[in-house]
Design a protein. Structure first.
Length: 96
């Protein structure tokens, strides 16, 4: 689902909101989550899941084209851990 599809879905559920209002809400949530995560905090939506940041250690990598060894700096990246309700909803058909 794309952001525009999400806006349209919310608009259908809440017809009194304009498309611009729906988009503003989605963008505000994404901005808030990004700011919160960049400060090293977790962001939890009960039943849905938890967003957090993890750190990749500094390491040596190899350029596959040239074979040159490159030193890669440590970096943070976002991660998501689904909540129980989301897992149960996804596994409704008993897929393993």
């Amino acid at each position: 689902m794309t952001k525009s599809e999400l806006v349209n879905t919310i608009k259908r559920s809440f017809p009194y909101l304009s498309e611009a209002d729906c988009l503003m809400c989605i963008n505000s949530l994404i901005d808030f989550m990004g700011d919160h995560l960049s400060e090293g905090n977790k962001f939890e939506i009960r039943g849905f899941g938890t967003f957090a940041t993890k750190t990749r250690q500094a390491r040596t990598v190899r350029n596959p084209k040239t074979g040159e060894q490159i030193q890669r700096k440590a970096s943070a990246y976002p991660s998501f851990r689904p909540g129980k309700m989301l897992k149960d909803r996804v596994n409704v058909n008993g897929a393993d």
